[in-house]
Design a protein around this ligand. Structure first.
Ligand code: EPZ
Length: 441
């Protein structure tokens, strides 16, 4: 059994490669864009591979910074991770050297906390850093911790670290969440696959990425049934086996490109798009009047030049199958081009409207009413500006706004977008955009 690594070194903020995007806007996007594999599915799938000592193989994994952080974190634990070709990763967690996920990993990526459930379930203990909050809200992990305790784990919190142990084996039980949580559901699910007995998780998140994880875990031999849309039941197994899996397409990347086509008045076909995972978002596109049609696995968007015919509409973010909070920022860019006043009600995170101040610097008429509500009134022309990304989705949305704006924009903080969008400037260049990245020393 592997031992816990001592944790006495001083934490130092990792250096960030300062980089900006320079965009010459005002050109309609035209052409085809391939949609990459889902970030939020890939991170959990890679973590799930530690539930077995056998080799797991993943294809269609996006080449993004967050995946690299997860791979480095797994390697630091002693897990063998091979990268035999683009978008393919093989993970073999025969044994691990350390049961320790340091602050370095948590500070770079909050999703490293998804390792709590599988490491605890397979090895019986782990020390894992509290990931804390980030720029979109407080983002606590209390529900993950309570779920593990419900499954029989003992967890102490000291000096920013959770010390979790489950002597013997985790015990199945009822995990009841006071609110829907995506990663909380996934952590409980991962832990329950190796727990002793029958676990019921309710309310369970219904996001497509959770179902992708379930489909992979079943290939590993896990017994999991979604007995109602928001209930997952798991019969724990003593061991799981290795499996191969192709990651589903990224619905948030797809939504971002749909808005980019709409606001630039372009014509774009999204190849291999996750058509069935975008219902709530496509319903908003329909209300606004964006011409979108599905053609097999493709989505074709024909934007309205100038956007003058788009209609304002109110949006409310919600857990799946509602409108994804991750699609609120790109949707807001579109609403700024629509005629009339739209209200944005952000129900998931408390700091996810602040980025609208940057959009306002580009000319959008925005009124932030409180942490959860804002209005945006259009149509207002956007002008090239110098703005700063605050997080991944806001960052991608500022690029989209810059593509629609007249003139040149400089968007600082490109590392945020590198976390979750594969080859973003290559994809926009292939759609005829004028975009380049510039190093800022
Ligand atoms: C996932 O975050 C995604 N991240 C987020 O994607 C996404 O915005 C979010 O789900 C909502 O869809 C990954 O999958 C890696 P939650 P997650 O637990 O699971 C509260 C992106 O840009 N809560 O569903 O961490 C929480 O504060 C991102 O790709 C607690 O109170 O979100 C929030 O209000 C960022 N205690 C609500 O629940 C907890 O222990 C839902 O959050 C956990 C959550």
């Amino acid at each position: 059994m592997a031992d816990a690594r001592p944790f006495h070194w001083e934490y130092q903020e990792p250096p960030v490669q300062r980089e900006a995007f320079r965009v010459e806007g005002g050109r309609p996007l035209r052409g085809d864009v391939p949609i990459s594999g889902s970030k939020n599915a890939s991170l959990k799938l890679l973590a799930a591979a530690v539930l077995t000592g056998e080799r797991c193989r993943f294809t269609n994994v996006p080449e993004i910074a967050d995946v690299r952080v997860m791979v480095e974190t797994l390697r630091d634990l002693g897990v063998v991770v091979d990268h035999p070709g683009p978008n393919t990763y093989e993970v073999a967690a025969g044994d691990v050297d350390w049961l320790f996920v340091p602050l370095e990993a948590a500070a770079k990526m909050r999703a490293s906390f998804i390792l709590l459930g599988p490491l605890l379930a397979r090895f019986g203990r782990v020390i894992i850093s509290n990931p804390g909050g980030d720029r979109i809200g407080r983002r606590p992990v209390n529900l993950h911790v309570e779920a593990m305790e419900r499954l029989g784990a003992e967890i102490a919190y000291r000096n920013g670290y959770y010390f979790a142990s489950a002597p013997g084996r985790l015990r199945a039980g009822d995990v009841t969440f006071p609110t829907v949580t995506v990663m909380g559901t996934e952590n409980a699910l991962l832990a329950a696959t190796l727990a002793d007995g029958h676990t019921r998780i309710h309310p369970a998140a219904q996001e497509p990425e959770v179902d992708d994880l379930i489909s992979f875990l079943r290939k590993m031999g896990a017994e999991i049934v979604r007995t109602s849309p928001d209930t997952i039941e798991v019969e724990g197994r003593r061991r799981l086996r290795g499996a191969d899996h192709r990651v589903i397409a990224d619905r948030i990347e797809a939504g971002t490109f749909i808005v980019a086509a709409a606001v630039t008045g372009g014509e774009v076909t999204l190849r291999e798009a996750p058509c069935t995972h975008l219902d709530a978002f496509l319903e908003v596109m329909d209300r606004v009047g964006v011409p979108v049609h599905r053609d097999g696995d493709d989505i074709c968007v024909r934007g309205v030049p100038g956007g003058g015919e788009y209609r304002a509409t109110d949006i409310t973010t919600a857990p799946y199958p509602g409108l994804a909070t991750d699609l609120q920022p790109p949707t807001a860019v579109l609403l700024g081009r629509a005629v009339g006043t739209s209200r944005i009600h952000e129900t998931i995170f408390e700091d996810r409207l602040e980025w609208l101040e940057e959009l306002a610097r580009m000319g959008a008429q925005v009124d932030i009413l409180d942490d959860h509500n804002a209005t945006i009134t259009g149509p207002r022309p956007l002008r090239g500006s110098e703005v700063e990304m605050s997080d991944l989705r806001a960052g991608a949305s500022l690029i989209v706004a810059a593509l629609a704006a007249e003139g040149r924009s400089v968007i600082h903080g490109a590392h945020h977008v590198r976390r979750g969008y594969e080859n973003i400037e290559r994809k926009f260049l292939d759609l005829d955009a004028r975009i380049e990245h510039v190093s800022e020393g």
